[in-house]
Design a protein. Sequence first.
Length: 207
Amino acid sequence: MIILGITGSVGMGKTEAGKYFIKNNIDVFDCDKEIATFYNKKDTIFEIKKNFPSTIHNNKVDKNALANIVFNDKSKLKLLEELLHKKLQKEQSFWLRKKIREKKNLLVFDVPLLFEKDNIKKYDFVMVLSCNKALQRIRVLKRQGWNEERYEKTLKEQIPDYTKQTLADIIIKSDRGKRYLNQEIIKIIKEVKNKKNRKIHEILKEF
């Protein structure tokens, strides 16, 4: 089995790349999507209510209010990350084992903070998405709940794009159109599948 990690700074096109992997019949574990589901679960709501009581309204998490708190207080950000990371690790491990039973030979993990927070040994290859700074900014500021301040603070919390590119095995530019992106991903799938597979027990040891 081959494990490919995809990452990149905020607004670099990770989600779009993930869609093209899925389109080409490769299963993708999207960390952001998985975390989004946690906020609707009773155990997460309970934990957030205990630590961030002002962000709960009608037993629902106000994610914008939560973002405002954690991006202005590093200790609160660390607390939230620890809370969510434990749940995420559990779900990643469960998903991986399911795909092993299905005898998949290539899996993709979309991990926004792969270099910053994750264990790089999990992955056989790491692919970094990148684009020009102007497009990156436009993409992010279109998102609900985002503004210049949040954007700049997020960038400061992340390893710079140029550094990520030096750490990557594969680099894809996401500002060259959807057709280019799909063609590059098809090429990467073929190349990666021809590489030597890691043994299952070696993969599970890292997860």
